[in-house]
Design a protein around this ligand. Structure first.
Ligand code: HEC
Length: 175
C-alpha cells in the first residue's frame, strides 16, 4: 500500500473502481504471481529432493523387498482360484485366451511400472465380466499371490490395496 494515498477518495467521489492493489509491490518489484510460481517451484524441488532422498535411504522399494506377507498370498491364492484361475490357469500359466500371470514374459511386460499400475489393471478390468465382484482387498491379496508365484519374497507387512503405498513400489522383473 502506497503511503499517503487517500483511500476513501474513490468511494466519496462515486468512482466505480476501487483502488487497484499494487501488482508490482514494494517487495523488490516481484509481481505476486511470479512470487507464487517461485514458491511452487521451490516446493516441487523440495518434494523431489525428499522422494530422491527416500530412495537413497532405501525406501525406494521394489517388489523384491518383501512387500506382502505369506498369509496374504495364501488368501490371495484362494481368491485367485475362485475368480481368475478358470482363464489364467491354476498355475498362472495362462489359457487359450488369457495371458500368463507368471514367468519371464509377464514380468518383463510390467518391468519398470509400479505395483499400482499392475493393481489398477486388475482392479479396473478383472475378472472382465464383473470387475467389482472381487473386492479391492481381495485383489491386493491376489497381487501378493502373483508376486509369490513370480518368486518375489514375502515380508513382514501386508500389501495395501491403496494407491499411495502401491505407487511407491516399483515392479522390476529381477531383483
Ligand atoms: C473370463 C476370463 C478371465 C478371468 C476370469 C480373468 N481374466 Fe485376467 N485377463 C483375461 C484376458 C482375456 C486378458 C487379456 C485381454 C484383456 O486385457 O482383456 C486378461 C488380462 C489380465 C492381466 C494383464 C496381464 C498382462 O500382462 O498384460 C492381468 C494382470 C489379469 N488379467 C489379472 C486377472 C486377475 C487377477 C483375475 C481374477 C481377479 C482375472 N484376471 C480374471 C481374462 C480373464
Amino acid at each position: 500500500m502506497k503511503p499517503g494515498r487517500p483511500l476513501v477518495t474513490p468511494r466519496r467521489t462515486g468512482a466505480l473502481r476501487p483502488p487497484a492493489p499494487p501488482l508490482v509491490s514494494a517487495q523488490g518489484g516481484v509481481p505476486p504471481r511470479a512470487a507464487a510460481n517461485r514458491t511452487a517451484v521451490a516446493l516441487l524441488v523440495a518434494v523431489v529432493a525428499v522422494v530422491a532422498g527416500a530412495g537413497a535411504a532405501g525406501q525406494g522399494r521394489t517388489v523384491w523387498d518383501g512387500v506382502y506377507t505369506a498369509d496374504q498370498a495364501r488368501r490371495g491364492a484362494e481368491a485367485y482360484e475362485q475368480a481368475c484361475a478358470e482363464c489364467h490357469g491354476a498355475d498362472l500359466g495362462g489359457g487359450d485366451m488369457a495371458p500368463s500371470l507368471a514367468g519371464v514374459e509377464f514380468v518383463y511386460n510390467w518391468h519398470g511400472f509400479s505395483a499400482r499400475d499392475l493393481f489398477e489393471r486388475l482392479r479396473v478390468s478383472m475378472p472382465p465380466a464383473q470387475p467389482n465382484r472381487v473386492s479391492r482387498r481381495e485383489k491386493a491379496d491376489i497381487l501378493a499371490f502373483i508376486f509369490e508365484v513370480n518368486g518375489m519374497p514375502a515380508g513382514d507387512a501386508e500389501l495395501a490395496g491403496r494407491s499411495g503405498p502401491l505407487g511407491a513400489i516399483r515392479f522390476l522383473a529381477e531383483p
